[in-house]
Design a protein around this ligand. Structure first.
Ligand SMILES: [Zn+2]
Length: 436
């Protein structure tokens, strides 16, 4: 209470107005400043009033204490009116503090800021410049050619060589998962161009979205409408196929790519590249199968280096159907052990739950190795398995046996791949003529 200047406001028009009582009721003990001079019982006797409720009522309508405080904005003030003693808390300093926020100024400030943000956003849209693409000059690697060829022939591309965004994303997740470096190489050599002109606009639009989500309650109608309009705008960075200078038509470029791939004789460097590609591709496939079975059997799993080393050991030795058979069977065992760990007190496992499945795979591989055995049965991949287009292209157009790769180990695929490119001169001539 100290430090506040009260003013006692009287309401003399009130039928039962009692100025004396009002003054006595609000009179403070001058020594302690936080105690009233009279207690309610003393006032009841002094003024011959029957009940405390009646007294409170007379006091309330006879007037109030008033004090004025500057609000947090620094420019507006607010009047506080107090009608009852209980509304004052002597022991809490600034008990009215949370009422000092100036809503009006806060709204004004927020809305001005939002308006500025919207204006800046509109301006940055108008500042976008058209991009200039220079044709690629560097030669693509063998694998890069295969990726690009499959991309161009399988994905929807407009007459302006614009790649359909959704299909581009599908291609990335199916074909380039774990093999992003191949796409990166093609992009760096300039055969695929991804514009970045919208990056800044997208960043700003994202900021507006945050404003919209967090400050909605404070925004003026106009600002709300403006935000809604600007947030509904879509910006996509474009993805282009860029043709080398000597080609005017996409079809000519595709044909040349195809011939280059088909006529290419593998060199040592290519072999290393292919080996890495096949292992990484197979590793991604195995992870997909593992994710699939862990979801289906509700198995927790910690993927770490030790686990990956076991996977690679398995991939190098067995084809995908046998690998899938091992994974499938060991998942079954792991699920049974996990069930035991949960419901059977006596079976206390040495492993935390997420290591149970990796341990099963690892020890089964050790077992096969020690007995010098192979896993007995292959297992067909799940019905909804999506085969990679790159695999199908290599299998049909390069290796030429039209077989899917799940029956082969990476080494076997590599050997077939190598064999098929060692064509006789006659073959080469045949292929060349067929494509003319
Ligand atoms: Zn204010």
């Amino acid at each position: 209470m100290t430090g506040l200047d009260f003013e006692l406001v009287e309401n003399v028009g009130y039928r039962e107005f009692n100025g004396e009582l009002l003054k006595d009721y609000w009179n403070l003990n001058h020594l302690s400043r936080n105690k009233f001079t009279y207690t309610l019982s003393e006032l009841l006797i002094k003024y011959k009033i029957q009940s405390a409720a009646k007294l409170q009522s007379i006091v309330k309508y006879s007037g109030h204490l008033k004090f004025t405080k500057l609000l947090d904005c620094g420019s507006c003030a607010r009047d506080f009116k107090i009608y009852h003693r209980k509304d004052i808390d002597f022991y809490k300093s600034n008990w009215f503090k949370d009422q000092l926020i100036c809503d009006r100024c806060k709204r004004e400030k927020i809305n001005t800021e939002v308006e500025e943000k919207i204006t800046a956003f509109r301006e940055s849209i108008s500042l976008i410049k058209k991009y200039k693409i220079s044709p690629p000059s560097q030669e693509l690697d063998y694998l890069e050619k295969i990726f690009l060829y499959v991309l161009i022939t399988k994905v929807k591309i407009s007459d302006q060589n614009l790649i359909d965004l959704q299909q581009w994303q599908c291609f990335q997740s199916l074909e380039a998962n774990g093999l992003e470096y191949v796409l990166k190489g093609i992009i760096e050599k300039g055969y695929i161009y991804i514009t970045d002109i919208y990056d800044n606009v997208l960043l700003q639009q994202n900021e507006l979205k945050t404003v919209n989500d967090n400050l909605m309650a404070y925004l003026s109608y106009d600002n709300q409408r403006e935000l809604k309009e600007n947030l509904s705008l879509n910006f996509y960075n474009d993805i282009f196929i860029v043709l080398p200078d000597e080609f005017n038509k996409k079809e000519d470029f595709i044909l040349q790519l195809y011939n280059n791939i088909i006529l290419h004789e593998l060199k040592n460097d290519d072999l290393k590249e292919i080996e890495e590609f096949l292992i990484l591709k197979r590793l991604r496939e195995v992870y997909t199968l593992i994710d699939f079975i862990c979801r289906a059997r509700n198995i927790p799993l910690k993927k770490n280096n030790a686990f990956e080393i076991d996977l690679i050991r398995m991939i190098r030795k067995y084809d995908l159907q046998h690998v899938w058979s091992i994974i499938f069977y060991q998942a079954k065992q792991a699920a049974a052990e996990l069930y035991d760990m949960e419901f059977n007190q006596r079976s206390k496992s040495r492993f935390s739950r997420e290591y149970v499945f990796p341990h099963h795979i690892s020890s089964y591989l050790d077992y096969l190795e020690s007995k010098n055995q192979n896993p007995k049965y292959p297992r067909n991949l799940p019905d909804n398995w999506v085969y990679s287009e790159i695999e199908l292209f290599v299998s049909s157009s390069i290796i030429g046996h039209y077989q899917k790769w799940d029956k082969f180990t990476p080494k076997q695929i590599q050997a077939m791949w190598l064999e098929s490119t060692k064509a006789s001169d006659e073959d080469v001539l045949d292929i060349y003529e067929n494509n003319q």
